[in-house]
Design a protein around this ligand. Structure first.
Ligand code: SAM
Length: 183
């Protein structure tokens, strides 16, 4: 499944951190790309640094006009708008998993009415207000059933060896020279 994200309505300064976290979640939970207005150009550097250290080819594309992006994406992608007013994820997850290409729209301030109309699915992660970061994480997890957490990246410089206590991180070169685990 190919998953892209569209972030709309980001407010200057106030939403910088949240938008960065939306992008980090998108990357870590298996999306390919995020589109957003160029409100804070530093987000691109932050995500490029994360890609360089931890791998993946996650992309950020700055756009001028999110409505024209939505229009062009509609040809190939199903549009999934995250909103607390939508259909409960528990009732919609099966059909979402059958889709091939999805563009997920996440808001910041009040989302204009036409987004609700243009979306193929308006999806609520519960019908209570919370956050676009948590809503995106839960949606991506439900759609992929946790498979995104098994991803390994060939282009990673660093890789974490999961441990019950402490921290174990290896450099890619160490990893290439490592004896295979036996047993
Ligand atoms: N008041 C705004 C509105 O009327 O659209 C929403 C603001 S909310 C802080 C920002 C974004 O978080 C929303 O646009 C939506 O994408 C997401 N969000 C918040 N709660 C959600 C929920 N229960 N289900 C799905 N998305 C949610």
């Amino acid at each position: 499944m190919k998953i892209d994200i569209l972030r709309i309505g980001q407010r200057l300064v106030r939403d910088d951190r949240v938008t960065t976290h939306v992008a980090l979640v998108a990357r870590a939970f298996g999306a390919s790309k995020i589109f957003m207005n160029e409100v804070n150009p530093e987000i691109k550097d932050t995500l490029n640094r994360v890609n360089k250290s931890w791998g993946s080819n996650f992309q950020i594309e700055f756009i001028e006009d999110w409505r024209s992006l939505l229009k062009s994406k509609r040809k190939d992608f199903k549009i999934v708008h995250l909103t607390m007013y939508g259909e409960n994820i528990n009732d919609a997850e099966d059909k979402l998993r059958k889709e091939d290409k999805i563009l997920i729209v996440v808001g910041a301030e009040k989302v204009p009415r036409d987004v609700y109309d243009r979306a193929d699915y308006n999806i609520a992660i519960g019908n209570q207000p919370h956050s676009e970061i948590s809503a995106l994480a839960v949606l991506l997890d439900r759609m992929q059933n946790g498979k995104q957490f098994n991803a390994k990246y060939d282009n990673a410089r660093l890789q974490i060896i999961p441990t019950k206590k402490g921290k174990q991180v290896i450099e890619k070169n160490d990893w290439l020279n490592r004896e295979p685990d036996v047993g």
